[in-house]
Design a protein around this ligand. Structure first.
Ligand SMILES: Cc1cc2nc3c(=O)[nH]c(=O)nc-3n(C[C@H](O)[C@H](O)[C@H](O)COP(=O)(O)OP(=O)(O)OC[C@H]3O[C@@H](n4cnc5c(N)ncnc54)[C@H](O)[C@@H]3O)c2cc1C
Length: 557
């Protein structure tokens, strides 16, 4: 049987997914020798990795588990959870480490939170909570809530062609008429919901992306079959990424850490090799096929560095120019963890801070973790972790009057803690106390900038589906026959930069590799986003109208 060498660049969720799906398909007409090249010197997992807090380990314990940002796995994910069912770990699989979060709290500065059930009501208690939340004093006008519901209904009942041709070109903010509506509407329904899934800034992200993902999240809440929210029951690297690496090594995947792709060339419709730097040594990786599982801004950098070559890829494959077009469509989203002596669960699920200036989201993690994890970390006195993400880096904070980008790391920690306290300690409750903070850890990707005007840089920004970007974004399988792309910016059904999209893109890339070498293995499964069957007549009707050049009318006949 022929053996084909496959070089995968990037060891994040996309790169590991590609290695996994390909390794399982080796031996079906073709053997694959799989090599993963990762820039970091000691860690896989990319943005999903846990980050050991330096100098925090005492008396033989593990370091405290920091993270680039907390991880959640919404119920609509299918590709990634499917791969996770095939990662063995301690007699079970990694997917068994996913636990359901059944509440979502919308925290509001100075006002009682709105707590909603993050799953189909299973009990009278669930129902009561949703009912009360619905009628809570949110400051929303009834007309606004109705308008929002109508807009969601419009997306739900529109055909795919209309979503791509029309909704891809409108921002979520404009579609929802946010500029003309109340602050409560903007904070709760427009920004809050869209930012609940990643750095989806409603001013830039398209209706197609945010509308589709909001609908998936809401369908998760009303569907008895699936939970809206799932989380891992321990630090991400410990319960997921490390078992994954061990499993892949067992399948024969070879990892080359501290090795970064620098440039590559294309000749006669095929990639000829990738120049890498391993430590300080330059060399060329030659393989039968190449999968670039790099985030968009890193892929753009590699393409730029390749421009001086006579076989520059941007001249040889026009589709790759799309990467250059969209590489600036990134926003900062970074995490900070507050390690607490005493656990403060707050709510059994996600925290959306509706009106904090820095667009915070968060989770109180310890309640979801198995008992053994925290006592084995740090100095043994940490009992809880409040893990928060900052999504707005340009709005001034109340404490220092500066945007997060212009603050020092210490100022960021103080601001975030103050904003979180103002939104959580309400109605006489004091859940977040200064005296309960053991320490904090801010994402080390944020580094001081030499120019004092811009205090920080972010080494790992996150792709945002800006309006109109779909057409520029590349597919996983390119005209260059042995070159594939796999990362969260690639065109996928998932269509929002997240771990699910990274996994789906990897599956598409692997299917390209299988087809290229005539493998007889089953291709990786791909699943479109769920659309309620009940509404199919509306979508068919809209398809007919769209084909005739008519606008959406929301009817069946
Ligand atoms: C704060 C934050 C929170 C998030 N939370 C969630 C969440 O809850 N749920 C969710 O689904 N998604 C979440 N996401 C999004 C998700 O993390 C990403 O979409 C996903 O991890 C992207 O995976 P990737 O493999 O495509 O890229 P990455 O994770 O960026 O991995 C790319 C890898 O390539 C390596 N690399 C870079 N350059 C080179 C080079 N030149 N050569 C070799 N290697 C290189 C990097 O070191 C990295 O390991 C979050 C993102 C952020 C920023």
């Amino acid at each position: 049987m022929a053996t084909r060498t496959i070089a995968i660049f990037g060891g994040g969720v996309a790169g590991l997914s590609a290695a996994h799906e390909l390794a399982e398909r080796s031996g079906h007409g073709v053997d694959f020798s799989i090599h993963v090249y990762e820039k970091r010197s000691h860690q896989l997992g990319g943005k999903a990795r846990s980050i050991a807090v330096p100098h925090s380990a005492r008396d033989g314990r593990d370091p405290l588990p920091g993270e680039h940002g907390f991880r959640f796995f919404p119920g609509f994910y299918r590709h990634l959870p499917d791969t996770m069912t095939r990662i063995p770990s301690e007699g079970t699989t990694v997917s068994d480490c996913l636990v359901v979060a059944d509440r979502m709290e919308i925290a509001r500065t100075g006002a009682e939170p709105i707590v909603i059930s993050a799953r189909f009501p299973h009990s009278l208690d669930d129902l009561r909570i949703d009912f009360e939340a619905l009628f809570a004093d949110s400051g929303l006008h009834l007309g606004e809530a109705r308008f929002f519901a109508e807009r969601l209904w419009q997306v739900l009942t529109s055909c795919q062609d209309r979503r791509l041709a029309e909704y891809e070109k409108i921002t979520w903010w404009d579609f929802l008429g946010a500029g003309q509506r109340s602050k409560a509407y903007q904070n709760l329904l427009v920004s809050g919901l869209s930012r609940s899934l990643l750095a989806n800034d409603p001013m830039y992200a398209s209706v197609r992306t945010v509308g589709d993902t909001n609908i998936q999240l809401i369908l998760g809440m009303v569907s008895p079959a699936r939970p809206t929210d799932r989380l891992l029951n321990g630090p991400t690297s410990k319960v997921w990424i490390e078992p994954w690496r061990r499993h892949l090594e067992g399948l024969g995947v070879q990892f080359h850490l501290d090795t970064a792709a620098l440039s590559f060339g294309i000749e006669n419709g095929a990639c000829t090799g990738v120049e890498v730097i391993e430590g300080v040594t330059h060399q060329t990786v030659v393989a039968d096929a190449y999968v670039f599982a790099l985030p968009v801004e890193r892929m753009a950098k590699v393409l730029k560095q390749s421009e001086a070559r006579p076989d520059a890829p941007l001249k040889a494959d026009a589709i790759l120019n799309g990467v250059m077009e969209v590489c600036g469509n990134v926003r900062w989203m970074n995490g900070i963890q507050f390690f607490l002596y005493r656990d403060v669960p707050i709510t059994h699920g996600h925290l959306l801070f509706a009106d904090t200036p820095w667009a915070l989201t968060g989770i109180s993690e310890a309640q979801f973790w198995s008992d053994e994890h925290l006592p084995a970390c740090g100095d043994g006195t940490v009992g809880g972790i409040l893990s928060l993400c900052i999504s707005d880096w340009d709005a001034p904070g109340p404490l220092y009057g500066k945007p997060a980008k212009h603050c020092t790391r210490q100022q960021i920690a103080e601001e975030v803690w103050a904003q979180a306290k103002a939104a959580i300690n309400v109605g006489g409750k004091v859940l977040l106390e200064d005296s309960n903070v053991h320490s904090h850890f801010l994402d080390p990707d944020l580094a001081s900038h030499p120019d004092a005007e811009v205090s920080l840089t972010d080494a790992e920004p996150l792709f945002v589906n800006f309006i109109g970007s779909w057409a520029q974004r590349p597919p996983a399988v390119l005209p260059t026959r042995n070159l594939m792309l796999a990362s969260d910016y690639v065109q996928t059904y998932t269509d929002v930069a997240c771990m699910e999209a990274a996994n789906e893109a990897a599956r598409r890339a692997v299917n390209g590799v299988l087809a290229l070498f005539g493998s007889t293995a089953d291709p990786c499964e791909l699943w479109p986003l769920h659309e309620p069957a009940l509404l199919a007549p509306f979508r068919w009707h809209d398809q007919r109208r769209f084909d005739q050049g008519l606008p959406w009318d929301g009817h069946i006949l």
